[in-house]
Design a protein around this ligand. Structure first.
Ligand SMILES: *Cc1c(COP(=O)(O)O)cnc(C)c1O
Length: 670
C-alpha cells in the first residue's frame, strides 16, 4: 500500500517491508539532509549525535536518555550539546576566514551573539568563552540583556552592540562601560535617540562608540519581510540618517560614529535578498565615510538561516544558500562597494543567532498513548433503519470504485480499474449527508444509541475506504482538499508528554517547522501516520505540521506503540528562540535540561543540570502561595472529616499527594 503524501510530491510506502533499514529512516525523516554533520542513525535504529561534527566522537541518544533517566532526569528533557554550540561558532568563523582569504579582503570578521536568541547563562557564558580567540562579542536588545552582556563579556576587544529601545540610563550605562574597558556600540535606531546620546555624553563628559541602523529599501521575503524595509519600526531613513550625522557633527561626536548596522529579518530564505541589502548598505557605508565619520565596522545583522527541512530551497523552512555562500556574499559584496571608491574595507560584523544556537539542543519527549479511530464495518443487524443501509451501500460503492467493480462503473467509462476522484468526492458527500441524517434522526428519537454508534462507525469506514483509494491514485492526480484532509482525520493521535507552548512555541506562533522523529526503532519501518497532541487542554497544543522537503505535511510516519515499551520522540534544531519565548501556558513550566560534553574514549560528561520548574514554582510565578494553598485544603479536609465524608487516612493521602505534586516538575512522571 502506498500513501500519497498530501503535498502530492512523493509517495511513501507504508506497508511493512522486511528490507527496511535504518538508512531508509534517515532518508524518510530527512536526517541525512538537515542533520549533517551532527545527527545520524545507527544500524540499530538509534539516533546518534556527533557533537563535534566531522572531528569524531558520537553518542547514542537513546542510551544517553536512558542513563539520564537513571539520574532522575525525567522526560521531557532538553539536552544541550555544548560541543555543537562550539562547533557552530567555529564553523561561522571558518566560513568568514575562508571567504576573506578567497576574495583577498583586507579586513576581518568579528561577530556578536544576539542574546535574545538564547539568554541562558550557560549558553551565553560558553559562547563568550569559546569565542574569545576571535574576540566574539554580544548584542543586547534591552536593558536586561545589556546587564547580561556587561557582566559576561570581559574581553576589551569584543564588541558589545547595544540595540533596542534606549532610555537615558541605558545610554549612560553604555558610556560608563566604555570607561570600564569594554567596547559598547550604541546603535541609533530611531531619530530621537541621537539627542539622548548627545545629552548623556555631555553629562558624563564622554561618549560611547556610536552606530547607526539604516532602514534599507531591500526587504526580506521571509516571515519578517513586513517588519523590515522602508516601513520598519527600527532604523533610520536616509533623510534621518543624514540629519543624525549632522547632529553628531554639531555635538562634536562624529569621531565616535564607527558602525553601520542593518537587519533585514530573521531566517532569510533567499540569498538574493541579502545581496540587494548588502549592496545598498555598502553604498551607505561609503557615504558615511565621505561625510567624515571614521566608521570601521559594517554590521550585517542577523538573518543567517537554517535549513530545517534539508531541501536547500528558498521555502520558509529552508535556505537556498549555505553558511559558506553567505560569508562569501557578505565579503565579496562589501569589497565591491568599497574598493573601487578607495574606501578602506570595514571589519565585518554579523549578529547571527539562529545559525549558532539552533543545532545544539534536542528536546526528547515520550508518548503517553495513541488513539486511533474505530475501524472496520460493523455487522449488519436485522431490520436496520434505511439511514444505516444507505451508509453501508455508500461504503460498498467506494470499495467497488477502487476495484473497478460494477458499482463503480458507468456506461461509457473506460473499463480501466482506475478509481475516479469525482466519484469518491460524490460518495463522500453522500456519506456526510447520511451521517447528518443519522444525527437528526437520533435527536428526534428515531435512532437508538447503538444505531447512532453504528452510523458513526460506518461513516469512518467510508472515510477509510476513500483514503485507501486515494493511496492508489497515480502521482500527480488532482485531489480535492476535502478528501486530502480525510487522511489526517483518520490518523492516530499520539499523546505527548510535552507542552508545545512551553517547548516549541514557534510551531504554534509562527508556524515554524522543526524536524521531529522517533529517536529509536528506526531500523523498523514506521507503519502508522499520526500527529502529536500535548498535555495542555488546548486545541492548539499540538504538533501537526512536519518537514517535507520544501513543503510541509500534516502527518508524520510513526510506529505502533508497544505495550510496556516507551516511545521516544526528538524535536531537533530548536535551540534558538524556543526556550525564551515559551510561557507558562496551562502552568507547564520549563522542562529538565542537561548540558552534555563529549569526553575522551567515547563517553560523555554531564556538565550542568537545570531542573525543570516544579508546580510550586510555576504557581508562585502566578502569585499563588503554595503554603496557603495547602493550608486551605487542610482546613477543607478537617471539615470533611468532621462531617464524616472523608476518612482520616484518606485526608492524609490527599495531603501527601498535594505536597508531592508541588515538589514535582509540571510534566507527567513515571
Ligand atoms: C533578532 C535579531 C538578530 C538575530 O537574528 P538571527 O536571524 O537569529 O540571526 C540580530 N539582530 C537583531 C537586531 C535582531 O533583532
Amino acid at each position: 500500500m502506498v500513501l500519497a503524501n498530501p503535498s502530492g510530491t512523493t509517495a511513501v510506502p507504508i506497508t511493512s517491508n522486511d528490507s527496511w533499514s535504518a538508512s531508509d529512516s534517515a532518508a524518510l525523516y530527512g536526517l541525512d539532509r538537515w542533520g549533517e554533520p551532527y545527527f545520524s542513525v545507527s544500524p540499530r535504529g538509534h539516533v546518534m549525535v556527533q557533537p563535534r561534527g566531522e572531528r569524531g566522537g558520537a553518542l547514542d541518544l537513546v542510551e544517553l536518555v536512558k542513563e539520564l533517566q537513571g539520574r532522575d532526569l525525567t522526560l521531557p528533557l532538553l539536552i544541550r550539546f555544548d560541543d555543537i554550540l562550539e562547533d557552530r561558532l567555529e564553523r561561522l568563523h571558518t566560513a568568514f576566514e575562508r571567504a576573506i582569504a578567497q576574495y583577498g579582503y583586507a579586513g576581518r570578521y568579528q561577530g556578536v551573539f544576539p542574546v535574545k536568541c538564547n539568554q541562558q547563562r550557560h549558553v551565553v557564558e560558553q559562547l563568550v568563552e569559546t569565542g574569545r580567540r576571535w574576540h566574539f562579542g554580544l548584542e543586547a536588545g534591552s536593558k536586561a540583556e545589556l546587564l547580561i552582556a556587561l557582566s559576561l563579556l570581559e574581553d576589551p576587544e569584543a564588541l558589545l552592540i547595544c540595540n533596542g529601545y534606549k532610555d537615558h540610563r541605558y545610554i549612560e550605562t553604555a558610556i560608563l562601560a566604555r570607561r570600564l574597558g569594554r567596547k559598547p556600540v550604541v546603535v541609533i535606531e530611531q531619530a530621537d535617540e541621537v539627542e539622548r546620546i548627545i545629552a548623556a555624553s555631555r553629562d558624563l563628559g564622554g561618549a560611547p562608540l556610536i552606530g547607526i541602523r539604516a532602514k534599507l529599501s531591500s526587504r526580506s521575503t521571509g516571515r519578517w519581510g513586513s517588519s523590515v524595509g522602508e516601513r520598519a519600526k527600527f532604523g533610520l531613513s536616509i533623510p534621518d540618517l543624514l540629519a543624525t550625522v549632522e547632529a553628531l557633527r554639531q555635538a562634536d561626536l562624529l569621531d565616535d560614529l564607527r558602525l553601520l548596522h542593518f537587519h533585514i529579518g530573521s531566517q532569510i530564505n533567499d540569498i538574493a535578498v541579502l545581496k540587494d541589502a548588502l549592496q545598498e548598505a555598502g553604498q551607505i557605508y561609503g557615504e558615511l565615510t565621505r561625510l567624515g565619520a571614521p566608521m570601521g565596522y559594517l554590521d550585517v545583522g542577523g538573518g543567517l538561516g537554517i535549513d530545517y527541512d534539508g531541501s536547500r530551497t528558498a521555502s520558509a523552512a529552508s535556505t537556498n544558500y549555505s553558511l559558506q555562500n553567505y560569508a562569501n556574499d557578505v565579503v565579496a559584496t562589501v569589497r565591491e562597494c568599497c574598493e573601487p571608491h578607495g574606501i578602506a574595507v570595514p571589519t565585518l560584523v554579523s549578529e547571527s543567532g539562529r545559525a549558532i544556537a539552533s543545532h545544539f539542543s534536542v528536546l526528547v519527549f515520550d508518548v503517553l498513548g495513541a488513539g486511533a479511530l474505530p475501524g472496520g464495518v460493523p455487522e449488519p443487524a436485522a431490520g436496520e433503519p434505511l439511514i444505516l443501509r444507505n451508509l453501508r451501500d455508500t461504503q460498498a460503492a467506494i470499495v467497488a470504485n477502487g476495484s473497478g467493480g460494477a458499482a463503480g462503473r458507468e456506461a461509457g467509462d473506460t473499463p480501466a480499474a482506475a478509481p475516479s476522484v469525482e466519484r469518491l468526492q460524490e460518495a463522500w458527500n453522500d456519506a456526510l449527508k447520511f451521517k447528518d441524517d443519522a444525527l437528526a434522526a437520533f435527536r428526534l428519537g428515531y435512532l437508538s444509541l447503538p444505531e447512532r454508534a453504528r452510523a458513526e462507525q460506518l461513516t469512518w469506514a467510508c472515510c477509510q475506504a476513500i483514503a485507501s483509494q486515494l493511496e492508489t491514485m497515480p502521482a500527480g492526480t488532482a485531489i480535492p482538499e476535502e478528501l486530502k484532509a480525510l487522511a489526517s482525520a483518520l490518523a492516530g493521535t499520539y499523546y505527548a508528554n510535552l507542552s508545545v507552548f512551553r517547548s516549541a512555541p514557534d510551531t504554534w506562533a509562527i508556524d515554524q517547522l522543526f524536524p521531529v522523529l522517533p529517536i529509536h526503532r528506526l531500523e523498523e519501518q514506521p507503519t502508522r501516520l499520526g500527529s502529536f497532541a500535548d498535555l495542555t487542554c488546548d486545541s492548539d497544543g499540538k504538533l501537526a505540521r512536519f518537514i517535507d522537503r520544501g513543503h510541509s505535511k500534516p502527518l508524520l510516519e510513526l510506529h505502533p506503540l508497544r505495550d510496556g515499551e516507551p516511545y521516544w520522540i526528538g524535536l531537533f534544531l530548536a535551540g534558538a528562540y524556543q526556550e525564551v519565548m515559551g510561557n507558562l501556558h496551562n502552568l507547564f513550566g520549563s522542562t529538565n535540561a542537561v548540558h552534555i560534553r563529549l569526553a575522551d574514549g567515547g563517553s560523555y560528561r554531564v556538565d550542568h543540570v537545570v531542573r525543570g520548574d516544579t508546580n510550586a514554582e510555576v504557581l508562585q510565578a502566578m502569585e499563588h502561595d503554595p503554603a496557603q494553598l495547602l493550608e486551605r485544603l487542610r482546613l477543607a479536609s478537617e471539615a470533611a472529616i468532621g462531617r464524616g465524608s472523608l476518612a482520616i487516612s484518606d485526608a492524609r493521602r490527599l495531603m501527601a499527594h498535594l505536597k508531592a505534586s508541588l515538589e514535582q516538575t509540571t510534566y507527567l512522571e513515571g
